[in-house]
Design a protein. Structure first.
Lengths: 246, 320
């Protein structure tokens, strides 16, 4: 393994050990998806036979909140305690540092996404799921959410600022990406906004993979969310280069 | 001697505030170079630019042959950094922090464990190495931070205020460590606002005030350049007025003053023969027990060169 990749692997291992495996974060990763799944079940009023209809949304919410929250907290905390400076002083390029931080958050988001899936497997038959599309949807949604969280975390100095700004992005996304209301019932201006959000495509992939029906073709969703990820990555690198080395 | 660090006309501003106003200096290989100035003078900004975590507005910065203006991170594999505040991970133990720092420089697992164990031994961290870093005292944190900076055997070490805010005993240990590292051939760039520390450790010093370097020289030259009268303090068993009158007659180019407690102060401009003085005194029946030169201190030089109040640095100390 080259020296850079030793550093990369150890940054992830350190983040997992120092942050992601801490009991409060594990409970956040478990309780949050559970609470959302329960809320959806109560909303439908049809009990466990309706698990298929809510599973995509619960998975999407778990990824969005898991990745953005953790990155916002970890990066702003490390910048406050100046331990992030330790990473900047190391002979690793900024892109690799960003990649290591994103990878940890994506791993946490993906793990969180499987909490509602595992629970659903106890009450429902999940044999109809397109697992390949589901895995791709989970991964790309986690990457897009993680990059949004990273850009926010680098742009602010305090944890509370990061959380407040994250919520400004997260809640409109939750309401406009087709989780609560089908896109076709939204007024036209809001529908236009919806199509500008990466989560819309991520949720459409998840729902298509689980229920077998999606608003747009899954291939198109995958293409668009991949483009979103690439755009967000470029934005994250630009932000990191301008904000981290001043 | 090869210059490992070369800085020319370096400028940096933060908004309206000019942090560095065209500073230039160089540090030779194996040298212990001091950067002395009050808080807010530009010391930390300079060290941040030299270590690749800040960008300069203009100027030239070369470290070990790498152009830091083109790529601020190009030379980071060759340098070790001890920041003004410990920046290791409070959740990890001292030993794990050392290993993690080794990993950041691409050291393999067995290499970093062996090196961390070696540094734990060398820095006397044995008892606490496996306790969480967050539970250490400030002095202990600083020692582990210095050890972390040495994990990858850097040839150049940047120390930013390494003894500020820690107790006297820890500060003494850290100064000893710095002196040992210097003897071991490491090039050291040290920023401090402790004048005595700079005087004790450094070979050359730059005085920086409000983003400008006002003087760079060796300590010897700095002190001699003040042009102040040199002095000698001679202790005798029985100093009398007759002895002082006799000395003044015999050595009219010098000025003799009785300072009490059996001591005579001899002031001179150029050179003095201590042997001639001692012989004369003993011929007059006095026994000389000690004769030593009294030099102006670096603090006197700092005040003279910078025009700053001596208390300004002491106030900085009090803030820590």
């Amino acid at each position: 393994m080259s020296k850079r990749w030793i550093a990369f692997a150890n940054i992830i291992a350190k983040d997992v050990r120092a942050y992601y495996l801490k009991p409060p974060n594990i409970s956040w990763g478990l309780i949050f998806p559970l609470a959302w799944a329960g809320m959806f079940l109560i909303r439908t009023g049809r009990g466990f036979e309706d698990v298929y209809s809510i599973l995509g949304g619960a998975v999407g919410i778990a990824i969005l909140f898991g990745t953005t929250s953790m990155l916002a907290v970890i990066i702003t905390f490390e910048r406050r305690t100046r331990s992030f400076e330790r990473l900047l002083l190391a002979p690793i390029p900024i892109w690799l540092l960003i990649l290591s931080k994103i990878t940890g958050a994506v791993m946490f988001g993906v793990a969180g996404a499987f909490v509602p899936i595992v629970l659903a497997s106890f009450v429902s038959d999940l044999s109809g799921i397109n697992w390949l599309a589901l895995a791709a949807g989970i991964f790309l949604t986690a990457v897009a959410s993680g990059l949004i969280g990273l850009i926010i975390a680098i742009s602010v100095r305090e944890v509370f600022e990061a959380q407040t700004i994250s919520n400004l992005f997260r809640f409109p996304m939750v309401f406009l990406c087709g989780l609560f209301f089908p896109l076709e019932v939204l007024p036209l201006p809001l529908r236009v906004v919806s199509y500008g959000l990466p989560l819309t495509y991520g949720i459409d992939i998840l729902q298509g993979a689980i229920r077998g029906t999606s608003l747009m073709p899954i291939g198109f969703d995958l293409l668009i969310i991949t483009l979103f990820c690439m755009g967000l990555l470029v934005a994250a690198l630009k932000t990191a280069n301008s904000k981290l080395i001043i | 001697m090869k210059a490992l660090i070369q800085v020319e006309n370096l400028r940096k501003h933060f908004g309206e505030v000019v942090a560095l106003d065209g500073i230039s200096f160089s540090v030779d290989e194996g040298e212990l170079f001091g950067f002395l100035g009050p808080n807010g003078a530009g010391k930390t900004t300079t060290i941040k630019i030299l270590t690749g975590i800040a960008r300069a507005d203009s100027g030239k910065v070369m470290v070990a042959g790498f152009d830091c203006m083109k790529d601020p991170k190009s030379h980071q594999h060759l340098i070790g950094i001890v920041p003004d505040e410990s920046n290791l991970y409070p959740e990890l133990s001292g030993f794990d922090n050392l290993c993690f720092c080794g990993a950041l420089y691409g050291m393999a697992g067995y290499q970093r464990k062996a090196r961390a164990a070696e540094l734990v031994e060398a820095f006397g961290l044995g008892e606490i190495a496996h306790r969480k870093f967050g539970t250490y005292s400030k002095g202990m944190k600083r020692r582990v931070t210095i050890a972390a900076a040495l994990m990858h055997h850097p040839g150049i070490l940047f120390l930013d205020e390494p003894t500020s805010g820690i107790d006297v005993a820890s500060a003494r240990k850290i100064r000893q460590l710095i002196a040992d590292l210097h003897r071991g051939g490491v090039t050291i760039f040290l920023t401090t606002h402790y004048i005595e520390e700079a005087e004790r450790l450094c070979e050359r010093i730059a005085f920086i005030v409000e983003g400008k370097i006002v003087r760079i020289d060796s300590i010897k030259n700095l002190i001699e350049s003040t042009g102040e009268t040199k002095a000698l303090l001679v202790s005798v068993d029985a100093a009398t007025c007759d002895l002082i009158r006799g000395l003044q007659r015999e050595f009219s180019e010098f000025r003799f003053t009785w300072v009490g407690d059996g001591k005579i102060r001899v002031e001179y401009q150029d050179e003095i023969s201590i042997a001639a003085l001692v012989n004369f005194m003993e011929s007059q029946g006095a026994e000389v027990t000690e004769a030593r030169r009294v030099l102006p201190s670096l603090e006197d030089v700092f005040v003279k060169v910078t025009g700053l109040d001596k208390d300004l640095m002491q106030k900085d100390d009090a803030k820590q």
